[in-house]
Design a protein around this ligand. Structure first.
Ligand code: ATP
Ligand code: MG
Length: 248
């Protein structure tokens, strides 16, 4: 479904991604693990077209020079030259790090804002029910102003809003940041359910144990490079990987 080939991204002289290659197959939940500053968010932003968009916005300014090389394919079609909205329209949807809902809108208005294409609006009621089934707390709070939701509820709303677009591949960047262990487990269980309902996923997470346990396969990104790949057993079997990158 997704194929990334030797993707390199530089901001001026800083190399944020160094010949990163990876793939995600239909139905998988693939995770991306790695320390702060490794380039995980940059990889997600590049795949969804945001880095190219940023490059085009900043062209000719003092903000610096962004270079992107390599190729990204989604469902067999090359997407690395496409704008973010077109990539999203194809079904590759990013739920970014520390995303906040439109705070002055209610929960249901926020979900409605996720269904922005005509084809989303046609299936609006069905999709809304699906989101409410996944996150019953959102239904309970449907008329509540989003700014007053708890951190965990806001994160569920962010994922719910992404689901309103009926994604084929849902990329979620660090959904559990700032959540208590209990809420985090609850959120991860929901993420796993969403995957099992047929939505392919690419997940960035810091919690190595939980993430390895729920993923089909994982990639470890360190200092802009993929340094290891495999399923839980393969990664844990390697002592160096376990100690150096997983902290286990
Ligand atoms: N727009 C930008 N301009 C310049 N440097 C950037 C930009 N965005 C990110 N970087 C740098 O690129 C490196 C990788 O950042 P990135 O956000 O991709 O890391 P990350 O793996 O997501 O980290 P974290 O786990 O902390 O979220 C960092 O050193 C960061 O400072
Ligand atoms: Mg990040």
């Amino acid at each position: 479904m997704l194929e990334v080939k030797e993707l390199t991204v530089c901001y001026d002289t800083a190399m944020l991604l160094n010949e990163v290659s990876m793939e995600v197959h239909r139905g998988e939940l693939v995770s991306l693990i790695g320390p702060n500053g490794a380039g995980k968010t940059t990889l997600m932003r590049t795949i969804s077209g945001l880095v190219l968009w940023e490059k085009q916005m900043k062209r000719g300014t003092r903000a610096g020079n962004i270079t992107i090389t390599g190729e990204v394919y989604f469902q067999g079609r090359r997407i690395d030259q496409l704008p973010p909205h077109q990539i999203a329209r194809m079904g590759l949807v990013l739920c970014p790090e520390r995303r906040r809902p439109f705070s002055e809108l209610t929960v249901e208005e926020n979900l409605g804002a996720g269904a922005y294409l005509v084809r989303h609006r046609r299936r609006y009621q069905d999709t809304l029910e699906l989101v409410y089934r996944t996150f019953p707390v959102l239904k309970k709070r449907s008329r509540q102003i989003s700014a007053t939701l708890s951190g965990g509820e806001q994160q569920m709303l962010a994922i719910g809003r992404a689901l309103m677009t009926r994604p084929l591949l849902l990329c979620i960047d660090e959904p559990s940041t700032g959540l208590s262990p209990l809420i985090k487990q609850e959120l991860f269980a929901r993420i796993k359910e969403i995957n099992e309902s047929g939505i392919t996923m690419l997940l960035v997470e810091q919690d190595v144990n939980l993430t390895l346990a729920m993923s089909t396969r994982s990639y470890i990104l360190s200092h802009s490079k993929i340094v290891a790949r495999g399923d839980r057993n393969e990664l844990l079997a390697d002592e160096t990987i376990r100690r150096s990158y997983l902290g286990l």
